[in-house]
Design a protein around this ligand. Structure first.
Ligand code: ADP
Length: 630
């Protein structure tokens, strides 16, 4: 050994605790599906070749006289080893440590804890960690990774038996560029040393890989095995005509691009020709990743290719944020190969592709919702929240997005009985002109809101928007299919067209008769309310709170105040039901102190029904007790 490379000797490192857990999980949950380890290693090798080709666009010397990018699978029956080698980008010492010894994804720890508690222990979730590499340990009890990064003259060997630690040691200087992974197979896994078996696996799982995946030509009787030969198609799958591609090929490709073990829900594959030429293959995942959390910063999954060369993950640049669940590839013929992230950001061509991709996704969702409603509901459950963001974010597609939304309504027994706006419109009551909805802080507050009483009594359906994002989204809702969207808790509600004129006459009469009471309640409550009036909304409850059309919903106001925002205090309108016993008792009450108790009770009931908390709960209890005591 020369003095130069004698210095760093074999050293041992411990795996990050999470790695150990993930490893165990992978080995246990994928045991019945062992074959996938080969797909994962080939997939990583292909990514490594993509990365080298991209980096070499700027620096051709990285090829260092070895321009061929390929993946070689080899096996040695005597040594019981299987190897996967690529001539891709390779890994430096630090990269070996970071990539194969730690799991950097945020939320991993929390997710593992939830699995430990027995929730969602689903093998399909495992793939979300990017645990591709660790699947090697399903079939191997010792894994050796030797890698030399392109442009570096130092190579390293990483060795582990998958139990707590790994070792690192320098590898010979003549190690070829790229990564070579050697699996020492466990007892009973000799099947993976058979040429026919390996060929079958490559054709089934890795046919779509754009680089040659090679195996040695089989040895003839008494001869050595021959030169490597490609076993896969080795062409970019998205460039092949749709008619030639089977569902299985599309699904296998999805697993590669999306790093997902589960099958996709649906996909759309298109070639656009004209003043922009590009091909896109876009997938809808079946499940949201565990750390997805609707985090707008975590945006990955759409790979940008330019003229078949992988450039970068460009989900952020090529898709609107609300479509960040989409996975796949887009391959442009027109963008310059030396394009940078910054350039993508302010580029008219990119904007046009982005617009076209959004339309493709919305078309796909529309088709799914019509032809495979069940599947669509599955999608909605996972990603519906994101489409709601789209209502605000993408005004040019708003009508198409609204068509895709689903809500429970006053006709739903459970929050997951959903209705589309089109269904709602189709069954609107005679004379009904607007689409009615209510926003509330939770399903029960929505469902039991007094605001709904008169509408329910007239058989008018109301959409119940009970999720947090709904109130914000509702700010952008104006019209659908030529019908106004109206929040039933805001402004005056005119039900006369729905209920017949006699109601109106009755109400006006009641309002007249109640004039004195209304004024008295207003005096008793002072500035706590803006106005007191007779309600057209109530049939059973005594009172409810109503906002102006442009006021922010009360639960939203509370949320923002709790978050420390200083909102101008706009008092709500108190609507009362003159038929209610409590109101009638107040009318008959001569004693102002007692009437004051009753008036405050009306207000507090309305606040509680709407899901609010009382400012002074003790005073409320005292009032109730005084009332009960008579
Ligand atoms: P994932 O591929 O989902 O990120 P893996 O555990 O399979 O997760 O790999 C972790 C990382 O290790 C990869 O992101 C990549 O940076 C690196 N890696 C794995 N295999 C190779 C390889 N053959 N060549 C270069 N880098 C690799």
């Amino acid at each position: 050994m020369t003095a130069e490379n004698a210095a760093p000797q074999r050293e041992t490192h411990a795996f990050q605790a999470e790695v150990q857990q993930v490893l165990r999980l992978v080995i246990h949950s994928l045991y019945s599906n062992k074959d996938i380890f080969l797909r994962e290693l080939v997939s990583n090798a292909s990514d490594a070749c993509d990365k080298l080709r991209f980096e070499a666009l700027k620096d051709e010397t990285l090829y260092a006289g070895q321009p061929e990018l390929a993946i070689d699978i080899g096996f040695d029956k005597e040594a019981r080893t299987l190897s996967v080698a690529d001539s891709g980008i390779g890994m430096s010492r630090e990269e070996l440590i970071d990539n194969l010894g730690t799991i950097a994804r945020s939320g991993t720890k929390r997710f593992l804890e939830s699995l430990a508690e027995g929730q969602r222990a689903d093998a399909n979730l495992i793939g979300q960690f990017g645990v591709g590499f660790y699947s090697a340990f399903i079939v191997a009890d010792r894994v050796e990774v030797t890698s030399r990064r392109a442009g570096s003259d130092q190579a390293w060997t990483w060795i582990s038996s998958g139990e707590g630690e790994y070792s690192l040691a320098p590898a010979p200087a003549d190690t070829p560029r790229g990564t070579r992974i050697v699996l020492h197979l466990r007892e009973g896994e000799e099947g993976y040393l058979e040429d026919w078996k390996l060929r079958g696996l490559v054709r089934t799982y890795s046919d779509h890989i754009a680089f040659p995946v090679r195996l040695p030509t089989p040895a003839k009787e008494g001869e050595e095995a021959g030169a490597p030969e490609a076993v896969n198609q080795a062409s970019a799958l998205w460039n092949r005509p749709k008619s030639e591609l089977s569902d299985d090929e599309y699904k296998a490709f999805y697993k590669h691009v999306a790093h997902d073990y589960a099958e996709p829900l649906a996909w759309t594959h298109n070639r656009v020709e004209g003043n922009q030429n590009f091909t896109s293959l876009l997938y809808l995942p079946a499940k949201a990743p565990f750390d997805f959390q609707f985090n707008r910063d975590e945006r990955k999954g759409l790979k940008l290719y330019i003229k078949r060369v992988f450039i970068m993950d460009a989900s952020e640049q090529m898709l609107p944020a609300y479509l960040r669940f989409v996975r796949g590839v887009v391959d442009s013929d027109d963008l310059p190969l030396n394009v940078s992230r910054e350039l993508l950001q302010n580029n008219r061509q990119v904007e046009r592709i982005k617009g076209a991709l959004a339309k493709r996704v919305l078309d796909l969702l529309d088709r799914l919702s019509r032809d495979e409603a069940e599947k669509y509901l599955g999608f909605w459950k996972e990603f519906g929240q994101l489409l709601k963001e789209g209502v605000a974010e993408d005004p040019s597609n708003q009508e198409r997005i609204l068509k895709l939304l689903r809500f429970p309504s006053t006709r739903s027994a459970r929050p997951d009985e959903l209705v589309a706006l089109d269904d709602y419109v189709a069954r609107m009551a005679a004379g009904q002109e607007a689409i009615y909805y209510l926003t509330a802080d939770g399903w029960n507050a929505a469902r039991n809101s007094p605001q709904l009483e008169a509408l329910k009594a007239r058989g008018v359906e109301v959409l119940l928007m009970h999720e947090r994002i709904d109130e914000w989204m509702a700010g952008y809702l104006h019209e659908y299919a030529g019908k106004r969207l109206r929040n039933v808790a805001k402004g005056e509600i005119d039900l006369d067209a729905l209920g017949g004129a006699e109601d109106k006459a009755k109400r006006e009469e009641a309002a007249k008769a109640a004039e004195g009471t209304l004024a008295r309640i207003k005096t008793l409550l002072g500035d706590a309310v803006r106005e007191v009036r007779v309600s057209a909304r109530l049939t059973e409850s005594a009172a409810c709170l109503v906002l102006d059309e442009h006021d922010m919903a009360l639960h939203m106001q509370r949320l923002l105040r709790a978050a420390g925002q200083d909102l101008p205090g706009s008092a709500p309108v108190l609507e009362i039901n003159p038929q209610h016993a409590l109101v009638q008792r107040l009318e008959a009450e001569a004693d102002d102190a007692k009437a004051g108790d009753l008036a405050h009770l009306l207000l507090e009931q309305a606040q509680l029904a709407e899901g609010g908390a009382l400012e002074d709960p003790a005073a409320f209890i005292a009032r109730v007790n005084r009332l009960i005591a008579g």
